[in-house]
Write a protein that binds this ligand. Sequence first.
Ligand code: M6R
Length: 626
Amino acid sequence: MRALAGAAKGARMCGIVGYTGKRQALPFLLDGLRTLEYRGYDSAGVELEADDGELAEVKCRGRVAALAELCSGLPGTQTTGIAHTRWATHGEPSDANAHPHRDCSGRFAVVHNGIIENYQELKAELEGTGHSFKSETDTEIIAHLVEEAFRGPAKGSLETAVGLAAARMQGSWAIACVSSEEPGAIVCARKGSPLVLASTDEGAYAASDVTALSNITSRVINLEEGQLARLEPSGKITVYNADLSVVAEPDGFTIDWDASAATIGGYPDFMAKEIAEQPAAIERLLEGRLGPDGIVLDGLSLPLDEVAAIDRIYIVACGTSWHVGLLARTYIERWANIPCVVECASEFNYEEQLVSDHTLCVIITQSGETADTLASARKMHARGAKVIAITNVLGSTAARESDGVIYVQAGPEIAVASTKAYTAQLVAAALLALFLAKANGSMPLRVVRDHYREMLRIPELIRIVLSRAWQDEVAARAFTDAQSSLFLGRGVSATTAREGALKLKEISYLHAEAYPAGEMKHGPIALVEPGYPVVVVVPESPVRDKTISNLREVDARGACVIALATNGDVRVAQLADYLLLVPPAPEWMSPIVDVVHLQMLARYVALARGCDVDKPRNLAKSVTVE
Ligand code: M6R
């Protein structure tokens, strides 16, 4: 098992970019911030450094577009700079709280992603020695700590000063720092919040994630827990351990998608693009997965006898990925006969688990950086369990810290609302279940093959659903005057209902409650009044008739019924106000196909309500705070 770094307590969803080299820094910094916008933020800023070390700072509350506007008057000759998008935690979103932050002398400027938990003590101490502060942020103390260390024990070395500052801090951080004392240098540090670096003939780069670097290079260095790095205009990058000894071979990896994958192409928004990309993403994931002995999952690298002995699985995830976990349990319990517990990570971390030598923990995380999910994995590792990750992001913390990984290969997911990662993760979960079932003898190879061949039909079934987007556009009218809505389903479709409700809530700000259809009469049915929108997920399945009974119950009370049903289902068609039709599919597979309608429905409702479907308010793509 790989040794794990200390548990991170949390970090902001902020974005950092940095550049030093031969080119003008500002265009890269602004482009980089634009690519990181999807992470969620409320203010943005940039610090540029001229060859003589003179620093120039521009920052504001609001969008990167507003920052770019403010920067338009700058000469643009600076070739070193750091920039930041801030998602407020300490202090309201404001110009003053936006990063970068400087020390008293104005010679050190810092951008930071993370939370400094002991900042109040440090601030009091610094104020006691004459430092004064301009913002309410925890970040500002870093600049002052660097200033103190630089003129004291660091003896004029920027990396030593940043290292000494980091040694005083508790919490989590990715930091980039520039100083007029060392023109051209950027010093970075990481604990708990990701930071990647790259070197080219043009200079050296830093960013919170690879999307900001993907049109620069395909080879990046991953700054590991506790490490620091010094970037120089020549492109030289020196990585240090916390004690400032040089790391001979920094951890590097290759970005496996091209830059165009993170651009919007001809689509109206990233969500539309990512919904449309689902068939191709799943084809990519399924390709070559059937070998002579069953499902091939190269990244798992667990000894087969250990896999065969697994007798309990904890599946941990957040949000949409937790919904994947609910279905992963169904697949694993049905096919591999291994009891599973599914828990959202924020709850899991404060509960007791039963761990033996044969316990496996499966974390599911699109970004691979969700703080709660990572904390769960670290907890289970510390208890001696093996941990495997289902993730979309190559080289993410989840991937690096796990004993095995299944990359879902969906390509960059930029819209905050997860769509293609959800369906790809479901397919990965099904592959994992088949892999386990074959390994422990629960399923003969012949049946594994049959299931795999069935799965090969998923892309085509999704294409059929995509071609029926008009049905969702029409059904979106049911929500025009709604204040709230209900999503119902039974069995595997209960999870589809949950995911549909989450999508609607997060991008349209319309309340949506998901309930197992049979439970509805124990409470939520009181919500139903004439015109109240109720989405009923009722594809062909063993529980279809039962769900139709529930559909009748809401219909009888005047609900506006939006029914997701299988082609030719006349009974459902007669009861529904709006129909979302899906092609026939095996029951276990139907959630992967059906949810596409609900993604499109949520998008149309959100658009009709004038919402930004890619960047919903208050949300961040990667939730790196506990
Ligand atoms: O990156 P992760 O899969 O760990 O993210 C988990 C959730 O934050 C995420 O699924 C969130 O619920 C999405 N916005 C849902 O669309």
